[in-house]
Design a protein around this ligand. Structure first.
Ligand SMILES: Cc1cc2nc3c(=O)[nH]c(=O)nc-3n(C[C@H](O)[C@H](O)[C@H](O)COP(=O)(O)OP(=O)(O)OC[C@H]3O[C@@H](n4cnc5c(N)ncnc54)[C@H](O)[C@@H]3O)c2cc1C
Length: 215
């Protein structure tokens, strides 16, 4: 991991706790690929909005999709500036002093402008999305028809202007607090797969379902 790599632009340089900043592709991609969810911030005449939505990465782009009627997608497809955040909360960090409580996390922030995909690239991108959710699924589910595809917007954002920030480890208490009679440490948190809930299994249980929560 190249912690030394430089931020891609002045506004992506992590200033607060700069030692937690990461600018290498490996770290960025790992954070994006571990999440199915991002928050897209954009501005319109009503103000600034920050909207959660599903996302996936392919190569050097982050993709989002949704109904053509979505305000977020319409504004973003129009070339507006956006800022996208992806966050994983890894633990609550309990220090001896109230002030030094913290959280462990991995997060990424991307700046740029989305680009709308044309009809042909849209179908391929949506197939990749399904495959990322469950490998093999795109061969099993009914493909989107012309009407469904036409009603769907797919956008992609280049990962050119992105930074990651990571906090790990225990509390950073002040020297004079280390002897206080207070529990200190980390309460870890993780998003984990649970037992699948079956609604129908007419052709048996697919591999990706069987493996879902087996670690
Ligand atoms: C789960 C979680 C909890 C947090 N809790 C707190 C809290 O309680 N108080 C607090 O002050 N901060 C908290 N942070 C850190 C917070 O995200 C900011 O990094 C911090 O507040 C500094 O903000 P800033 O605008 O001064 O950043 P600056 O350092 O000025 O940001 C400059 C640039 O660095 C990049 N950057 C900054 N923060 C992040 C980030 N988190 N991930 C990826 N890139 C980033 C962006 O490109 C940004 O434009 C938390 C982060 C996470 C993920």
């Amino acid at each position: 991991m190249s912690q030394e790599s430089a931020p891609p632009s002045p506004r992506t340089r992590v200033r607060r706790e700069p030692h937690r900043g990461r600018y290498d592709r490996e770290t960025l991609f790992a954070i994006l690929d571990a999440g199915h969810l991002c928050h897209v911030a954009f501005a319109d005449e009503q103000g600034i909005h920050c909207i959660p939505t599903a996302c996936w990465r392919e190569g050097e782009h982050l993709y989002v999709h949704g109904s053509n009627g979505s305000r977020m997608l319409k504004v973003a497809a129009g070339g507006a500036q956006v800022c996208v955040a992806i966050t994983h909360l890894d633990g609550l960090v309990l220090a001896r002093s109230a002030f030094n409580h913290s959280m462990n996390y991995r997060s990424a922030v991307i700046y740029g402008r989305f680009e709308a995909l044309d009809h042909d690239r849209k179908a391929a991108a949506l197939e990749a999305f399904l495959e990322q959710l469950a490998p093999g699924r795109s061969r099993e589910a009914r493909p989107g028809n012309a009407q469904e595809l036409a009603a769907t917007t797919v956008l992609r954002l280049a990962l050119a202007e992105a930074a990651a920030k990571i906090r790990t480890g225990g509390p950073n208490d002040d020297e004079e607090d280390l002897g206080l009679p207070v529990w200190a440490g980390v309460l870890p948190l993780a998003l984990r797969p649970l037992e699948p809930v079956v609604q129908a299994a007419p052709t048996g249980t697919p591999e990706y379902v069987r493996r879902w929560n087996t670690g």
